[in-house]
Design a binder for this molecule. Sequence first.
Ligand code: SF4
Length: 335
Amino acid sequence: MECSIIMKSGARKGDECAAKAYYKIDGEPVCGKHYHKLYDGDITQEIVVAESLRTKKALGRILQGQIDKKKFARRVSPRYHTGQWQLSDFSHNFIKSGFSCKHDCAYCYIKPMNKRFGRDPEVVDMEDVMETTDNKTDWPTNGNGRMCFFPSSHDIFEENMEDYVDECLKIIGDGHEIMYVSKPHLEATDLFIELWPEDLRDKIHPYITITSDDIKQLKIFEPNCADFEERVRCLRHLYKAGFTTNVMIEPYLSDPMSFIPKIKKYVNGVIMIGPLNYGGAILSGFPKKKQKKLRAYLDDLYSDERVMKLYEKTKDDDTILYKKKFIQRMLKLVH
Ligand code: SF4
């Protein structure tokens, strides 16, 4: 399949690129770092960007032909229309760095970091590792309102909900909005709804992570999280309480199409789909025998055929957007 030229404005035919090739389009290397492609032929196609979300430009336009460029681009990020390609502009956490979130998801990106830096892998009591202080503000206070991803390296639980809301209000007080991604528990969600000021509901954007409706897979990959039904109840409570509700299906652990119909009626924001990157150390945390089974299961779930099928079934649904990794996976299929 032919793809668009990727170039930075100012790049000319024959320019040389020092950056590492990122994608191959029509057999030509494409620079992922500086977003321009060196083309021998005429530069006749539009400017697109290879790295998607982080670049604030339209990665989706890379695809041509049977995939509608515009639609594909629009589903990259809900903030596309504002010219922003990131879900957030900066992040904040209030759990001391080095402590793991007690959900203990098998794919958590914090865990390998903790291991690498020799940190304590356990969190027994969330309150013991809280880092809120009256004067700690690591967010911009220059009056430019932005989207803060809080928390970004742990989840929110009932025992830290009061502190969470207090901290959010400080950030909002400095002119920002908040987005959070959570695998929620019912008590924590109800407490959040109770504590959150009614007139500030539009300042927070919940993304509820629902990765599967398959009890078995959830137990394997997200052992300490609420089950599917409880997460849907949390979503429903937030929806009924008047929040803008979003769902993060990332990483999907079974076919999202089996549960999207069950959650969609409680979503008035977006549903974002992202794959599991299981090529690294994720499976090594399981016993050898299990690793083999899990790999076979995931290889099937993420086979080219099933990924393309998922795309086909979701491409015309404007509520459904794709995370960067899903797009990268799609790009592999069409190159
Ligand atoms: S909920 Fe998020 S932060 Fe907590 S263990 Fe799971 S992936 Fe990590």
